[in-house]
Write a protein that binds this ligand. Structure first.
Ligand SMILES: CCCCC/C=C\C/C=C\C/C=C\CCCCC(=O)SCCNC(=O)CCNC(=O)[C@H](O)C(C)(C)COP(=O)(O)OP(=O)(O)OC[C@H]1O[C@@H](n2cnc3c(N)ncnc32)[C@H](O)[C@@H]1OP(=O)(O)O
Ligand SMILES: Cc1cc2nc3c(=O)[nH]c(=O)nc-3n(C[C@H](O)[C@H](O)[C@H](O)COP(=O)(O)OP(=O)(O)OC[C@H]3O[C@@H](n4cnc5c(N)ncnc54)[C@H](O)[C@@H]3O)c2cc1C
Length: 672
């Protein structure tokens, strides 16, 4: 069977020649990335969206005002739901729906931005059966639009300091929701400002003057017909942001707004009509919607980096600039070693983030089904894993996307490249769903507990089993036959384990000197977050290893292994100081890693376009002139620029109003 190489009539010849060099079938690689079923569904879905013009952008969003963007995406999301049954096989499949949304709507946000990502997951995990019947069914049926209102103007990270109050009024069997200060205003919730009519609101539960900490409440905020805010509710948009401006992130305040007692989400924690409180089986079970989003973000961020890599690599095969050998003609910029070194490691990261996203979703599903039965043993492991992954992946994604942008030279800075918007959306991920540094420290807490268990000869969980293993003094990199990468993975393990034990020992020493646990933690916080990063980067490398091992097809495994080995080399060099500190690696071994990395850049080069084609992002989804599949960049950049609103007339009013009078006056003065 011939290999599928994604060649289509009308393609730029340069790209066709590149595609013909591929050593593997791109559709099979897509199956390795997405899973074969989802890869097929994605392909079919993109074709259907292409045919449905009602789902197409009416013009490039770069040329729209915020209000136009909101309106455009509201129009498309409604059309998307109207046609959903004809387009997707299973509307309850989040991955398929995300793909549909990427194609039809893009990533700038839409009125249901938080509805499916947080509002529904919060109801699924925290509403009891009767409440599910009342809100989940209508929410799934699009009879209402919901958001998740937790963060306040004054506090996002420290949830214990949230100020919104939910005071139980026994006499009326109601909660009184109140915003006591300006800092207690809810601030940031997506689609709250102008679109949502319901919100899951986090508020302090107060019964008979006693606070039980924050819990989640269902609050209707707008009239379902007029869409006007209900009495006692103030709500609006918080203004433009770095990106994601088709989303109306909002503010929300309550003035003694009353809701029925049964509007508290009561699957786990409960309040009865006498004001008797029942504790949940796990103190943090109410945080499940956050864990859900963190778990989903890993794969999504991988897709964002995959999109940027696709754009930059395709463009680097169209763009020619300068000569390598004088007189032999200008080369494709991807033929420069520096360009390969800039882009291929980002491509490898995109792959591994997608693989890790899949693994973590499987763990999340397991924890969710355990929680249904009141079983919460794995919640802490999942929280630790998602906290670390969320932070490391978002951080590396935006650093990688910035490399992709710069690798496109001047055109990368234009919104026509598509990179600024996806970068702006991805960088939000460093902050939302738990600020990265804070989440790394959450993982560090878990790791420090794991050390304590290890010292007793036990393991806290599967993810930290490696702490029980003895440390090797020296790495075997470069001391085993060429092509063996076991020692590379062992090096990730070594530096993570060493940093974890080192900081644990330092904490103990400070406490032994009489310092409190909290102050000692502050003194070592930077080292602690380093330990969390190294642990997570080891997890990612090990995940890549598991994936390569699981692939059956030889050609796919070989191409993936090249990316994996590049990842090992590149990331190790990025963290090499940790391996040099204890002389685990010697200078000649570092040189060996570098040389092997350069070799791999050359090996990967002929497969580069097919490795990005394998993501199977449609042009509609990429929204990038530079990243067009057919490679016809220049004529389309010119066409795109002509769409700029500034080109609607040769002379714009500001010229006559300001510049012309100034220049006339200057000329008159010079004539005097
Ligand atoms: C998915 C998006 C895809 C779309 C992509 C497309 C476009 C993207 C564009 C835009 C985005 C669209 C949607 C995004 C929506 C974003 C929504 C939000 O941001 S919602 C708000 C999120 N807020 C946060 O994440 C707050 C962060 N803070 C916290 O989580 C907590 O405050 C804390 C830092 C974890 C501390 O909590 P607390 O004070 O309660 O903790 P302590 O009492 O100190 O106890 C710590 C103890 O608890 C354990 N723990 C904490 N959390 C959990 C948990 N979730 N599960 C299990 N256990 C938990 C922790 O481990 C400690 O345990 P121990 O060490 O044993 O004491
Ligand atoms: C695009 C976007 C969408 C969002 N959507 C929603 C939504 O739908 N619903 C919602 O409720 N919220 C939403 N948020 C809010 C978001 O969850 C918070 O902004 C986030 O949790 C960070 O909290 P913060 O803003 O209070 O940051 P802060 O906690 O004020 O962080 C500021 C700095 O302080 C540091 N810091 C804070 N605490 C500690 C600590 N304990 N130790 C060390 N350092 C610390 C941080 O590391 C950071 O450097 C959204 C935010 C964005 C950007």
């Amino acid at each position: 069977m011939p290999l599928n190489k994604e060649i289509q009539p009308g393609d730029n010849d340069e790209l066709t020649r590149e595609r013909l060099q591929a050593t593997f079938d791109t559709q099979q690689m897509a199956a390795a990335l997405w899973g074969s079923d989802l890869a097929r569904k994605r392909r079919e879905l993109a074709k259907k969206v292409d045919k449905l013009t009602v789902l197409h952008d009416s013009k490039d969003m770069s040329f729209m005002t915020r209000e136009e963007k909101l309106s455009e995406n509201a129009r498309k999301v409604v059309q998307m739901f109207a046609h959903v049954a004809d387009i997707v096989e299973d509307p309850s499949d989040d991955a398929e729906m995300f793909h549909l949304s990427s194609n039809a709507i893009g990533h700038e946000g839409h009125p249901f931005g938080v509805h499916f990502v947080m509002f529904i997951p919060a109801l699924k995990a925290q509403a009891d059966d009767e409440q599910r019947e009342k809100w989940l069914m209508p929410a799934l049926g699009l009879q209402l639009i919901g958001t998740y209102a937790q963060t306040e103007l004054g506090h996002g990270t420290n949830l214990r300091a949230l100020e919104t109050m939910a005071t139980f009024d026994k006499a009326t069997d109601e909660f009184v929701i109140h915003t006591p200060t300006v800092t207690a205003l809810k601030w940031w919730p997506g689609s709250l400002g102008k679109s949502s009519n319901h919100a899951v609101v986090s508020a302090n539960l107060i019964i008979d003057g006693k606070s039980y900490g924050h819990h989640n409440f269902m609050v209707q905020i707008r009239d379902e017909n007029t869409h006007k805010p209900l009495k006692g509710i103030t709500v609006g948009d918080i203004g433009p942001k770095m990106a994601y401006n088709a989303s109306d992130n909002g503010f929300l305040g309550f003035d003694h707004h009353r809701i029925p007692r049964r509007n508290m989400l009561m699957r786990h924690a409960k309040v009865d009509k006498n004001g008797v409180y029942t504790k949940p089986p796990h103190a943090k079970i109410g945080y499940s919607a956050m864990v859900h989003v963190r778990s989903v973000m890993i794969g999504h961020q991988g897709m964002f980096l995959g999109s940027a890599s696709t754009i930059a690599i395709r463009y680097s095969l169209v763009r020619r600039q300068g000569e390598i050998k004088e007189g032999s003609g200008e080369v494709k910029i991807l033929d420069y070693q520096t360009q390969q070194h800039r882009l291929f490691p980002q491509l490898a990261r995109a792959y591994v983030f997608m693989f890790a996203g899949k693994e973590v979703r499987e763990l999340y599903q397991k924890v969710l089904s355990d929680m249904e039965k009141g079983e919460t043993t794995l919640l802490a492991d999942l929280h630790a894993l998602t906290s670390g992954l969320k932070s490391v992946v978002t951080h590396l994604c935006v650093a990688g996307m910035e490399q992709c942008r710069m690798a496109c030279g001047g055109h990368g800075y234009s919104r026509a490249s598509g990179i600024p918007e996806i970068w702006g959306v991805a960088v939000g991920g460093c902050t939302y769903e738990g600020e990265n540094m804070v989440m790394l420290l959450q993982l560090a807490r878990y790791l420090m507990k794991a050390v304590k268990e290890t010292k007793k000869g036990k393991s806290l969980g599967r993810l930290v089993d490696y702490l029980l293993l003895p440390q090797d003094r020296h790495s075997l990199i470069g001391r085993v036959p060429q092509g063996e990468y076991g020692p590379h993975l062992a090096a990730f393990e070594h530096i993570a384990r060493r940093q974890i034990f080192k900081v644990a020992d330092e904490l103990t020493k400070l406490q032994d000197k009489g310092m409190s646990k909290e102050i000692a933690w502050q003194k070592k916080a930077v080292e602690l977050q380093r330990a969390a990063r190294l642990h997570t980067r080891f997890y990612l490398a090990a995940c890549f290893h598991r994936k390569v091992q699981s692939v059956v097809d030889g050609r796919i495994r070989e191409a993936l292994a090249d990316l994996y080995h590049l990842h090992l080399n590149y990331e190790l060099l990025d963290m090499v100081n940790y391996a040099l500190e204890d002389a685990y690696l010697k200078a000649d071994q570092v040189d060996f890693i570098r040389e092997d990395m350069y070799r791999l850049l050359e090996t990967i080069r002929p497969n580069a376009i097919s490795l990005v084609d394998a993501f199977e992002f449609s042009d509609r989804e990429l929204r990038s002139v530079l990243g067009r599949r057919d490679g016809h960049v220049y004529e389309n950049l010119y066409k795109w620029a002509k769409e700029s609103e500034l080109n609607r007339a040769d002379v714009l009013p500001y010229f006559d109003k300001y510049l012309k009078p100034m220049m006339l006056a200057a000329r008159q003065r010079s004539n005097i």
